[in-house]
Design a protein around this ligand. Structure first.
Ligand SMILES: C[C@H](O)[C@H](O)[C@H]1CNC2=NC(N)=NC(=O)C2=N1
Length: 98
């Protein structure tokens, strides 16, 4: 089970190097996904929500037409990036192939 200890910037960058398309900014990790259309974007959000709920860890998300941006930080750790954020980002990308 990932823990809620804040990661150092070096640990975060090392973890992001093993993910695709995630960036670290303002104490959160972010990724923007582009889909064919609005339906595909919303479908991704719905599917992502099941993984977030299963992990009890939730993103901030923004949707504009076919674009979805997920941002993760761990509120229980003072809104710092923890393994919870990294692991859920990996789970979502592995599961949804985005
Ligand atoms: C009570 C509930 O388990 C907590 O508030 C969970 C819910 N989802 C969460 N999501 C995120 N991103 N960070 C948290 O610390 C967090 N905590």
């Amino acid at each position: 089970m990932p823990d809620r200890e804040p990661l150092s910037e070096a640990e975060i960058q090392d973890a992001l190097a093993r993910l695709d398309g995630w960036t670290f900014e303002n104490d959160a990790i972010h990724k923007t996904y582009e889909f064919d259309d609005f339906r595909e974007a919303i479908s991704f959000i719905v599917q992502m929500a099941f993984y977030a709920e299963e992990a009890n860890h939730h993103p901030e998300l923004e949707n504009v037409y076919n674009s979805v941006t997920l941002s993760f930080t761990t509120h229980d750790a003072g809104s710092k990036v923890t393994d919870m954020d990294i692991e859920l980002a990996r789970t979502i990308d592995d599961a949804l192939g985005a």
